[in-house]
Design a protein around this ligand. Structure first.
Ligand code: ZN
Length: 196
């Protein structure tokens, strides 16, 4: 299987999740300018953990989870943070890639989507970014601490949104967490940064 074929299957699964989820549809239109970007593979240690711990997913995202193993060794994995910011254990057991977007596996100038994984028992420190964001929880659960809101537990098939520049932190519980995340608005092509 080529990388493009593996990602084509994953993209179709993501589209299936999107089509089944009004919250995602309301957040952002599915882009109509997608083109395969042929980005080079960047490995990430967490892929072994993802393969071992990929959580049981909600029915709408099971096809996405099933398509992941074929892209593990083909994705341009990103970490973004340093061990000083989030700790080495976090770096070793977390990873994400941009499925589509300004620098995605598929290029789009209209929209941005990530697939992100966190191992069990990780604390994602408070951070922020200009873009608005929706986390869809495919599998596992997390406690979200969002500026101005009570702490919220979010599990499979549910979602959580962040406004522009709203500070947020997250911790995973006793299972790994698999997410599908969309960004929109100003700063869509930017990066998150740890809040100071
Ligand atoms: Zn965020």
């Amino acid at each position: 299987m080529t990388a493009e074929a593996a990602f084509s299957r994953l993209l179709a699964a993501a589209r299936g999740l999107y089509d089944a989820t009004p919250a995602l549809q309301g957040f952002q239109d599915w882009p109509n300018d997608l083109r395969w970007a042929n980005r080079a593979h960047v490995p990430q240690p967490a892929t072994a953990e993802i393969a071992a711990q990929c959580p049981k997913c909600c029915p709408a995202s099971q096809a996405l989870a099933d398509a992941l193993p074929d892209v593990f060794d083909r994705a341009e994995w990103r970490v973004t943070y340093t061990a000083d910011e989030v700790g080495q254990d976090f770096i070793d057991r977390y990873g994400y890639f941009e499925l589509y977007g300004p620098s995605g596996m598929y290029h789009s100038d209209q929209a941005r989507a990530y697939v992100g994984f966190w191992g069990a028992g990780l604390v994602y420190p408070e951070h922020r970014h200009q873009a608005e964001e929706i986390y869809y929880i495919c599998g596992g659960s997390a406690l979200f601490d969002t500026e101005g809101q009570p702490q919220r537990r979010v599990g499979p098939g549910d979602w959580h949104e962040h406004a522009a520049n709203q500070r947020h932190a997250m911790r995973t519980e006793d299972q790994a967490l698999l997410t599908f995340v969309l960004w929109r608005g100003a700063g869509m092509a930017g990066l998150p940064e740890i809040a100071t």
